[in-house]
Design a protein around this ligand. Structure first.
Ligand code: DX5
Ligand code: ZN
Length: 218
């Protein structure tokens, strides 16, 4: 299991420092939320920020693109040093082609589903992906409450992975705390994004450890 702190809740004026902090505290990935003000009502980072952060950490950069027509940005994120690029099935008319584009860049390809999107919407491309990101809040902002109805989708994805011998990781994102992580872990999730729980904590190392403990005790 891995904790992926989301720098959406970090200090934007001290990103390199805040990335180092979570690396030293036992994070597995750095989660980077790219938002375009169209797919979601918020604006954040583009490829330039990924490029600027790349030399500051050895951890994989897990780029979550909340943008319309992600095809336009995939090459730039890849060139900037993204290790994983995840795109929303709701954001493109050509999800299969867009995932192929990511793989052609030699970057791990992830597909994301919003809380209102069923697993069936991505079933035809599950054999193609390295990661499935299940949104456990509606995308756009940190600090929202976990949506319980998403847990059944984690279970479905875990079951499909076993039945069909797929190799994707299951990642969850939104409202992850020491109280919500257990049920996601039990349902089969492997990677846990946490923004406000980690960066809002007085002791970041303790916060990451408490997430790991709560996930493993399920
Ligand atoms: C929301 C983002 C999340 C966000 C999670 O659109 O995708 O990665 O940072 O924040 P928390 O953990 O505070 O819910
Ligand atoms: Zn995210």
């Amino acid at each position: 299991m891995m904790i992926a702190p989301s720098i959406l809740s970090a200090d934007f004026a001290n990103l390199a420092h805040d990335v180092k902090l979570v690396e030293e505290a036992g994070a597995g990935y750095i989660h980077i939320d790219a938002m375009d003000g169209q797919f979601v009502d918020n604006l954040t980072f583009g490829p330039n920020v990924v490029k600027a952060l790349r030399p500051h950490t050895k951890l994989p950069l897990d780029c979550h693109l909340m943008v319309e027509n992600p095809e336009k940005l995939i090459p730039a994120f890849a060139k900037a040093g993204a290790d994983i690029i995840s795109i929303h099935v709701e954001a493109t008319k050509h999800i299969h082609g867009a995932l192929q584009m990511i793989k052609q860049e030699n970057v791990s390809a992830g597909v994301v589903i919003n809380p209102g999107t069923p697993v069936s919407a991505i079933e035809p491309i599950l054999s193609e992906v390295d990661l499935v990101l299940v949104m456990t809040v509606n995308p756009g902002f940190g600090g929202q409450s976990f949506i319980e109805s998403t847990v059944a989708k984690i279970e479905t994805l875990n079951q499909l992975r076993k039945d069909k011998n797929y190799h994707y990781l299951i990642e969850v994102d939104g409202g992850i705390t020491d109280e919500t992580i257990g049920q996601c872990s039990k349902a089969g999730a492997d990677v846990f994004v946490a923004g406000s729980y980690v960066y809002g904590a007085k002791d970041i190392k303790k916060a990451i450890q408490s997430l790991k403990d709560a996930a493993q005790h399920e």
